[in-house]
Design a protein around this ligand. Structure first.
Ligand code: BGC
Length: 836
């Protein structure tokens, strides 16, 4: 819809109607306004799938690999296809606006939401995000670039004040947002944190550069609860406060407007942007989105499975152990808890409920059916960490069906509502009932092992738990954080222990008060007594020794990688390092599969012949991993993040603000591979690294000898498939400059292109480089500038393996003397167009 069509609609609304539109109507919806034919918009997380309006395990979603895995594919075509799939899921669930992609950077590997970000590199993040956005929006669903900006860690994220210099802000942290705005993203979410002392929902950065500089025309949506004050946020370029119906704007914006504290033009601009978005998704008048559902439902799971292989990164493959030939195998020992309890996604607001999950064990069994015997051993004792009850562990005492019974009770304990649920993790009962005073979860559990079980009840406020008729926990529990994830999704767990006899069914009853000041989610969780660690390990080692090949799947836990908190350690938990070492000693043909969202330290990595990163692979995990192991697909992934050997080597680690509440990005431009290059420490695996099933010789790099500032150019890199299989190589081009007066990273990725070739064949990767690639941000002039003179272009396989080099001279742009085409005198920094 054009502004000519929208402006007359604005005139039909009075001040109260306009202001009402600027706060959500509920957790996930905006207000409707019949006077202008506006229906409510539904927003939903993202990014690994579309949850929809309810947080209910019965409303399942397709689950994609985590964003880091998607970025690891370096495959924009695949990203766009997955965006189309997300759009189809959004439409199926009545969602207009998807709260994805996350464009924050992997500054520190300890960042709790690392899995939800694409990369440590701004360029790769921007290209990946833009490709996904195009796919989502081609389906008539708006994408939301979040969290604008510098929300790169979780510790005290509501208050932390990120201090980052102007050049770094523009070249590193704003750059991916700029790329996605250039790709037409229809919404942007402001972050919780502050930048340079100002909360992002009131930040001048929303105006400049986002709207004025880059020309972003959509609304800035707040992060959930991110508008916490009235006048500063209302006067800023923040447009929509979510969630609703309450909040500072709902309470005070109309009065502020009437008192002249906020100007009517500012309000009109916010409403206009919201109406524009509504027009784009078909929520305004008779406007219809341009929606081409090009993904047939029957092909969705195949696409997700392909994405697993495309994002899996093969770090090592000594002696070409992989791919395994099923015909040459008699037996495979599959080992490790994650082989059966695979983590398909990270925790927090991004979490969705899968319909079905293919575990690595199931994928391997399917691939070897009729060909080789498969054994499975955990190799570790059962974890003492309670996990929410599942259908496998409990049944509903009323219906007898697997799962739990959830009831809403009045003040006298009388039942007002009952429903059967599939898990002990109840974020929301599916109905609201007047007079309800408590929510109850009831389950029958028949312990497979007897002994001292650990129980946990998650929530805050008045809670109680009884096991087998005996109260084991009761009291009023305070909330330990105001972080929305803690409040709404993952409340604190309170533990109790109870002895259970093997095979003897007990009833477990958990209750939480619904009084104001009590929690939202309730979790009933259990952990059986741990078995003997030595016996578990011995069983796995014996199986590995007896098998032709051992496949060990190791990974992180829900506790260690989740929204709302950062990690404290990069180590694999629960003795998994010892398990890998023991298995690798027992069988020299050991393949290790790592199931984590972000980097973990792998102290044994040079002792295992084959090492595959599967990330959080989404619901088709097992099928995709087996495709790679048995050569039905090449591992397509290249690292989007540098992996260190030991935590102490990692050059940028800090995630926590100092005592003054500031998190200083002291390293400036030098994050990721640039930080490693500057520190001199050698990582275990460089950004960009990843093996396929063939080898490549880098033969020649050609580029123009001279370019004018602002002109795009092509770099051609000839590579030859020197191996024995057809393959795909991601050719990367980096920029460097010595003898410079400007602060620069040692290397900067400026382009990449994938090629495919048969054995012996050559292919030329044509890498298009943007006219902006040579520029740097001048803090003195608040704008982009290009230093003339000689740059080096380096081409190769990763940031640590760049065999080809060419010189390129930048010359001044073709402009009349004395003017500078890249700088707008009013807002100097905002006029250098980004051409991807
Ligand atoms: C997260 C956002 C998310 C929102 C709604 C916030 O806590 O930071 O990424 O979109 O919740 O769930």
């Amino acid at each position: 819809m054009t502004d000519e069509e929208i402006d007359p609609l604005l005139e039909k609304l009075d001040a109260a109607q306009k202001v009402r539109l600027l706060t959500g109507a509920s957790t996930w919806r905006t207000h409707a306004e019949p006077a202008v034919g506006l229906r409510a918009l539904t927003l939903s997380d993202g990014p690994a799938g579309v949850r929809g309006e309810t947080w209910d395990e019965r409303e399942t979603s397709l689950v994609l690999p985590s964003p880091t895995a998607l970025a690891a594919s370096w495959d924009e075509r695949l990203l766009t296809d997955l965006g189309v799939l997300l759009a189809a899921e959004a439409r199926r669930k009545g969602v207009d606006v998807l709260l994805a992609p996350t464009l924050n950077l992997q500054r520190s590997p300890l960042g709790g939401r690392h899995f939800e970000c694409f990369s440590e590199d701004p360029f790769l993040t921007g290209r990946t995000g833009a490709a996904l956005v195009k796919g989502i929006q081609s389906g008539g669903v708006a994408a939301t670039a979040k969290h604008f900006v510098a929300n790169d860690a979780e510790t005290d994220r509501l208050r932390v004040d990120v201090r980052v210099d102007e050049q770094t802000l523009h070249e590193v942290y704003l750059a991916p947002f700029e790329a996605v705005v250039a790709a037409g993203v229809q919404a942007v979410m402001s972050a919780y944190n502050k930048v340079d002392g100002v909360t992002m929902s009131a930040s001048p950065l929303l105006e400049h550069p986002l709207k004025e500089g880059w020309g972003f025309e959509g609304p800035v949506v707040s992060d959930w609860g991110g508008v916490r004050t009235l006048l500063d946020t209302a006067r800023s370029a923040q447009d929509l406060a979510m969630p609703g119906p309450d909040g500072p704007w709902a309470a005070g914006l109309l009065t502020a407007l009437e008192q002249g504290l906020v100007s009517p033009e500012v309000i009109d601009d916010k409403v206009r942007r919201l109406l524009r978005l509504a027009g784009q998704v078909g929520a305004l008048g008779s406007s219809r989105p341009v929606w081409r559902p090009v993904i047939a439902p029957g092909t969705q799971r195949a696409l997700l499975r392909r994405a697993v292989a495309a994002g899996s990164v093969l770090l090592r493959n000594e002696g070409e152990l992989l791919p395994l030939d099923p015909a040459g195998l008699r037996s495979v020992a599959v080992i490790g808890p994650h082989a059966t309890a695979v983590r398909i996604q990270g925790g927090g607001s991004a979490e969705v409920f899968p319909d079905a999950v293919v575990t690595p064990l199931a994928g391997i069994e399917e691939a070897l059916e009729g060909a080789a015997a498969v054994t499975y051993h955990r190799g570790l004792p059962l974890s003492a960490r309670p996990v929410p009850l599942t259908r496998e562990l409990s049944r509903d005492p009323r219906s007898g069906e697997p799962g739990v019974l959830v009831r809403l009770l009045d003040g006298n304990g009388n039942e007002l509502h009952a429903e059967h649920r599939l898990s002990g993790r109840i974020v929301e009962p599916s109905v609201r009932v007047d007079g309800a005073a408590a929510v109850e979860i009831r389950a029958l559990v028949r312990p497979a092992v007897g002994g001292m079980w650990t129980w946990a009840l998650g929530g805050w406020g008045d809670l109680s738990l009884s096991v087998g008729g005996r109260e084991v926990l009761s009291g009023t529990f305070p909330l330990d954080s105001d972080d929305p994830t803690r409040v709404h999704v993952a409340p604190p767990l309170h533990r109790a222990r109870a002895e259970l006899a093997q095979g003897q069914e007990v009833e477990v009853v958990a209750r939480r008060s619904l009084a104001p000041g009590s929690g939202v989610a309730t979790v009933l969780a259990a952990a059986p007594p741990a078995d003997d660690a030595a016996r578990a390990l011995a069983g796995a080692v014996a199986a590995a020794r007896a098998a032709d090949v051992a496949v060990v799947v190791v990974g992180t836990t829900e506790q260690s990688e989740s929204e709302g908190h950062d990690r404290t350690s990069l180590d694999l938990p629960d003795g998994q390092d010892a398990l890998v070492r023991a298995v690798a000693r027992a069988n020299p043909r050991t393949v290790v599969v790592v199931n984590s969202g972000g980097p973990v330290t792998l102290p044994w990595h040079t002792r295992v012949p084959a090492l595959l990163l599967a990330w959080f692979p989404g619901q088709e995990a097992g099928g995709g991993i087996a495709d790679v192991l048995f050569g039905r697909a090449e591992p397509g992934g290249r690292l989007p993040t540098t992996w260190g050997t030991v935590q102490d080597d990692v050059p940028v680690l800090d995630t926590a603000p100092t005592a003054g509440g500031q998190l200083r990005y002291e390293e400036g431009l030098h994050i990721g591979y640039a930080a490693w290059l500057r520190s001199g420490a050698v990582p275990a695996y460089w950004f960009g690294h990843g093996l396929g099933y063939t080898n490549w010789a880098y033969e020649e790099l050609t580029a123009p000898a001279e370019v004018r500032d602002g002109d795009p150019f092509d770099v051609r890199v000839r590579v030859r498939n020197s191996g024995r299989r057809r393959g795909r190589e991601v050719v990367q081009v980096y920029l460097a400059r010595s003898g410079t007066a400007v602060e620069r990273p040692a290397l900067r990725l400026i382009g990449y292109a994938a090629v495919e070739a048969e054995p012996g064949e050559s292919a030329v990767a044509v890498v298009r480089v943007s006219g902006r690639a040579l520029a740097h941000w001048s803090a003195a002039r608040h704008g982009w500038e290009t230093e003339t003179g000689e740059f080096a272009l380096l081409g190769g396989h990763s940031a640590g393996d760049l065999p080809l080099i060419a010189a390129l001279t930048a010359v001044a742009p073709r402009t009349p003397a004395g003017t500078d085409a890249t700088v707008d005198p009013k807002h100097p920094g905002e006029r250098s167009p980004l051409v991807l």
